[in-house]
Design a protein around this ligand. Structure first.
Ligand code: FAD
Length: 400
């Protein structure tokens, strides 16, 4: 069941607004609009003198006869481009990379949604592949706050009807995107590691580890639109940057966007390892094969010669040889360095999902059958305690 305003009947008299005990009715462009605070109390139904507010059954607008027509009204791929302190987060550019491929396959357009930040940032999104940017510059979006973010994104999705919406599986995306999906009564697949288009149906195939990472599940949202997915930073590759690429910027108003909460202060957590690991171009990671915590001293040396950071498998973290902030994988960090050196790591799927997008993967393992070799660019079969010191020695010689 849903409460909706029949726009053609609404005169914008505003009587319903006062009647709602949940402040769920707002005025937008001279018409009443019911937002996600609606608790279905039905008080407003008897208040409207025009009978414009009505109760409809769930999915009444998606009856079988009109079902495919309703779905086909949704067009285009959207990427929610989150910003922090006015700078678009790099995950947005990664999502534009995969978004462009999906849009090309569907022969549709790619749009970015930007709340806050300035025109320079909006134009960058075009250079990274967006055909259009829906940009709301209102200062209410300068600092992240769930309610206004969810309200505006829900509203513009309802207005423009994209078929796919992608967002980062970041603290921001994880926080407000589920609200948007719930308001729109559509599905959301979190933490996707791959996204494809089903050739026959055109549905989005949302692929992610499931059941503790033991299987890769392909999740579909065939009966509702938009199809919403979140993707962790560093899982997808950026697309092509074209400096003279042109696109359209559509200014979005924040009229009637309100918030019951106010962000007073943002306190940054200081964690050097976190920054180093996710931004490092070279990562030397150790697993249970190291056998003891001292092994990480050796890996630190190798990382130092290469100007990189140290990562670890969960097994090594569980052994207490290194702190959790170094863990790479499903329940750790997702990384995408130029070079990932896996030392004594078997290559369990839960580890692979956190590092498989690395440009070059070098595996050192004494077991030639270890699954890590299936994805490694270069494999060295041998004992880490023999191979790594040789590497350090040789690299030091080269560096002089
Ligand atoms: P092992 O699988 O024990 O492999 C050790 C490897 O070292 C072997 O291949 C062995 O041949 C090799 N070796 C041994 N001695 C030497 C030597 N001297 N020289 C060279 N090679 C040697 N794991 C993660 O890493 N990250 C995660 O985020 C994560 N999340 C998980 C979430 C869930 C819900 C579950 C169920 C598991 C998760 N795991 C995660 C654990 C994962 O399933 C594996 O258990 C773990 O990745 C194994 O770590 P490993 O490769 O270091 O150890």
């Amino acid at each position: 069941m849903r409460i909706v305003v029949k726009i053609e009947k609404c005169t914008g008299c505003g009587q319903c607004i006062d009647s709602c005990p949940f402040t769920a009715i707002i005025m937008h462009e001279g018409k009443a609009f019911i937002n996600e605070y609606c608790q279905f109390c039905k008080t407003c139904l008897n208040v409207c003198p025009e009978g414009a507010i009505v109760e409809i059954l769930e999915d009444e607008d998606l009856q079988p006869s009109s079902f495919s027509t309703q779905l086909s009204a949704y067009k285009g791929v959207w990427v929610f481009a989150e910003q922090r302190e006015g700078v678009v987060a790099s995950v947005a550019y990664e999502l534009l990379g995969v978004g462009k491929r999906l849009a090309d396959e569907l022969r549709t357009e790619l749009s970015a949604i930007l709340f806050g930040a300035d025109d320079v940032q909006a134009k960058e999104l075009i250079k990274w592949g967006a055909d259009r940017v829906y940009h709301c510059k209102d200062t209410i979006f300068d600092k992240f706050n769930d309610e206004p973010y969810a309200m505006l994104l829900t509203r513009i999705i309802n207005n423009y009807k994209p078929e796919i919406v992608l967002a980062g599986a970041t603290p921001i995306g994880r926080s407000f995107i589920p609200r948007v999906a719930a308001s729109l009564k559509t599905g959301l697949t979190a933490d996707c590691t791959a996204l494809e288009i089903d050739k026959d149906s055109g549905n989005l195939l949302q692929i992610r580890p499931a059941f503790g990472g033991n299987i890769m599940a392909t999740i579909l949202c065939p009966n509702h639109r938009p199809q919403i997915a979140t993707v962790r930073p560093r899982v997808m590759k950026r697309g092509e940057y074209i400096a003279d690429r042109n696109g359209e910027i559509i200014s979005i108003s924040a009229d009637n966007i309100t918030s019951r909460t106010k962000v007073i202060e943002t306190v940054k957590e200081v964690s050097e390892c976190m920054v180093n690991l996710q931004e490092a171009e070279v990562i030397v990671a150790g697993g249970r094969g190291l056998g003891r915590s001292e092994g990480f001293k050796m890996l630190e040396e190798l990382a130092e010669v290469l100007g990189g950071a140290v990562g670890a498998s969960r097994a090594a973290v569980d052994e207490g040889w290194i702190s959790y902030s170094h863990q790479v994988g499903q329940t750790g960090k997702t990384v995408c360095p130029k070079i990932y050196i896996a030392c004594g790591i078997s290559g369990a799927v839960q580890h692979l999902v956190g590092m498989q997008s690395s440009d070059i993967i070098i595996a050192i393992n004494k077991n030639p059958e270890a699954p890590i070799f299936n994805i490694a660019t270069y494999g060295i079969v041998g004992d880490v305690y023999e191979v790594v010191p040789l590497l350090i020695k040789k690299l030091r010689e080269i560096k002089g």
